[in-house]
Design a protein around this ligand. Structure first.
Ligand SMILES: Nc1nc2c(ncn2[C@@H]2O[C@H](COP(=O)(O)OP(=O)(O)OP(=O)(O)O)[C@@H](O)[C@H]2O)c(=O)[nH]1
Length: 373
């Protein structure tokens, strides 16, 4: 599920270690083609299980996840899939597809792109079968979504500081709980910062996750969220934690004073100073200054509104990635294509349920297949 950097050792120059032995039920991890990685080693986690077209059959864990994803996206997929039930590939088919994609909140730009790309693929393949066109649409969608597929890198800094933002009820606290569980199950030590000091229940909610996951939580009765974040990062440094997750209160991008507050939280976290970059032992890189990740949690049910949130939060904070929740039962799953076309930020995780295990890494090919199955 994550990329872990190998921790720095004073011993001889780093040598790539053999890949950790994978448990029998888990396939070899496949990371998306990435630009040149820094010298530090990425030790792929045994939870990175994204299969590609050429990978061996999906392991049981991932395939049950796929079933969940397919069920979750059925509402979106059914209306698109019915377009291909006819016998001819004609203008009517493309018009119906255009409407279905727009109804699925794919947005005008991504819809235009997909139609153009699909027509080219149909022409190149010389197919006359509408069912085959659906297969080509899967390819086209997967190619559009591919830039969003990226693993979250953990372990390059001690701690890796992750600030989590989003509108009210998007699923921030739940996603932090799920993420904490995954991190803890991979052996990472986690410290949670309850910087949502507005909602009385938020601290308790996070406290429950903390208890469940046996991690520490830093909170302050009615305190300043920026101060909570500062204390948490300082404590994370002092205690040598691998990850500090900072939960923030939900807010709308139109609530400018609250957006200013988020900027302040970011600034104050930056003031905790640079953290040792385990991937760059010679100089201190600029991004060793926390927060290393600023994530926006979006509710997949909100469709085009989610895209507006991505743009607004990104403009103000400079986001590094997204978590898309509630993809179970949404008719608006096309919004990921809109994000890919208009604001392509990495989608680190997607949520398809309220349970702890209902969080997985995003895989473009799987998502495209599930959406159009
Ligand atoms: N079905 C489903 N529900 C989810 C998912 N993620 C979160 N939820 C539910 O969404 C609701 C809101 O989740 P929270 O985690 O409290 O949201 P939040 O963003 O922290 O909320 P605020 O702190 O009020 O801004 C809860 O009922 C969660 O159980 C998901 O992937 N699928």
């Amino acid at each position: 599920m994550f990329s872990f950097f190998k921790k720095k050792s004073p011993a001889p120059p780093a040598v790539t270690p053999p890949a950790p032995e994978a448990p029998p039920s888990v396939s070899a991890p496949v990371l998306p083609a990435a630009p040149a990685e820094p010298a530090a080693l990425i030790v792929p986690s045994n939870l990175v299980m994204a299969p590609t077209a050429t990978a061996p059959a999906a392991p049981p864990v991932r395939s049950s996840w796929m079933a969940k994803l397919k069920t979750g996206l059925r509402k979106t997929g059914t209306s698109i899939a019915t377009v291909f039930t006819g016998t001819q590939i004609d203008d009517a088919l493309y018009e119906d597809l255009e409407s279905a994609l727009l109804m699925a909140d794919t947005g005008v730009k991504a819809t235009e792109h997909l139609l153009e790309d699909l027509k080219r693929r149909v022409k190149d393949s010389k197919t006359t079968d509408p069912t085959a066109v659906k297969g080509l649409l899967v390819q086209s969608l997967a190619a559009l979504l591919a830039p969003l597929q990226k693993p979250l890198r953990i372990g390059q800094y001690t701690p890796t500081v992750i600030m989590v933002t989003g509108v009210n009820g998007a699923g921030k606290t739940t996603s932090i709980g799920k993420l904490t569980r995954h991190l803890a199950s991979e052996g990472a030590t986690v410290l949670l910062a309850a910087a949502d000091t507005f909602r009385a229940a938020a601290k308790e909610q996070l406290g429950v996750w903390a208890d469940r996951n046996t991690v520490d939580i830093i909170s302050q009765e009615g305190g300043d969220p920026a101060a909570v974040a500062f204390d948490a990062v300082s404590a994370g440094k002092a205690r040598g934690r691998d990850v500090v997750l900072v939960d923030t209160a939900g807010r709308l991008p139109t609530q400018l004073h609250l957006m200013e507050e988020l900027k302040k939280i970011k600034r104050v976290i930056q003031k905790t100073g640079p953290l040792q970059d385990l991937g760059n032992t010679t100089s201190q890189s600029a991004n060793s200054v926390p927060p290393h990740e600023i994530l926006l949690v979006i509710d997949g049910n909100t469709g085009q509104n989610a895209l507006s949130q991505v743009k607004a939060f990104d403009d103000i904070l400079g986001l590094t990635g997204l978590i898309v929740t509630k993809l179970d039962g949404t008719a608006k799953g096309g919004v990921l294509a809109a994000i890919a076309r208009e604001r392509p930020l990495p989608v680190y995780f997607i949520g398809v349920g309220e349970k702890l295990e209902d969080l997985e890494t995003f895989n473009a090919q799987e998502f495209a297949q599930a959406l159009l199955s």
